[in-house]
Design a protein around this ligand. Sequence first.
Ligand code: PMV
Length: 339
Amino acid sequence: MMTRVEIVKAILKDKFGKMPKQPSARAFAPSNIALCKYWGKRNVELNLPITGSLSISLGNHGTTTALKLSDSGRDEVILNGEPLDKNSAFCKRLSLFLNLFREEGGWSLEVSTDSNIPTAAGLASSASGFAALILAMDKLFGWDLPLKDLSILARLGSGSACRSLWQGFVEWHVGHEEDGMDSHGEELPYPWQEFCIGILLLSTKEKQISSTVAMQRTLSTSSFYSLWPQKVAQDIATIHSAIKAKDFLSLGQCAESNALAMHATMLTSWPPISYATPETMAEMHHIWHLRSEGLPLFFTQDAGPNLKLLFLESIEDVVKEQFPRLDIIKPFHVHVPDE
Ligand code: PMV
């Protein structure tokens, strides 16, 4: 079985371990929300999934990362303007990731990362974080790699990061190779101007259980998990057809049902896992009630208590009235930050 470093070397070839070409570099990557979820790894070391998944990127909601060589001999991390302690979990995770790209005693970096989405609240900030980091590294080191290769490198940091290299709808191909060279994101060319996502922030607290730990527990203890790959295969096909035909009802129903099925595999794990709080459940009932009155409004939920509402621009005013605190994102008509 190949290690993460071997994958990095296979992609970078003679560029591996070289010093930066530029004094500094910065890049932005959007956060992404899966409409058909990634839940379960066939290889934990390489973040290889058991199934494919399909997401929508969040336009200008995401992470900007600036890099420069550090002369202190160790990596320094500044998160949203605050320098972090070198022993913090965030710094350690980042340095371990950078280790994949350097020889021992090689360069170290000052990494300044700004997210305009809450970190670790199930809003996929690690996805945009690792995607922005890899894009900035590509510039700093002058690798000039194709996006497909950058997607594989970002995946080594966080699985869902491999979908954050593009805007719009993105599919993560499951891949069949043992080394995962065919497991990466791909942009789906179906813009949908009227498509809206509303972030219903119910808590910004750090999640109790990481998605990796939760996935592993689900895989090893939930008897419902065996049904999941089959459901994903159907849902990816349904979402493909729905985005091509702009069939919002089909898309919304499929995305909501997919998220609920993922959470059902967690609820049937032991010890059980639930990311929902009483507020999450109350808001789900609120949405179901509005739908029973004819409003075409759906939701999806990730590894956190927050809900992401899915609707078309034509009902934006009603949705705003019902959810006054909603942060509404129109993924296809946003201005993406300059880098
Ligand atoms: O990429 P990770 O390890 O943060 O896992 C993401 C898991 C979900 O957000 C729940 C689903 C998904 O496809 O984004």
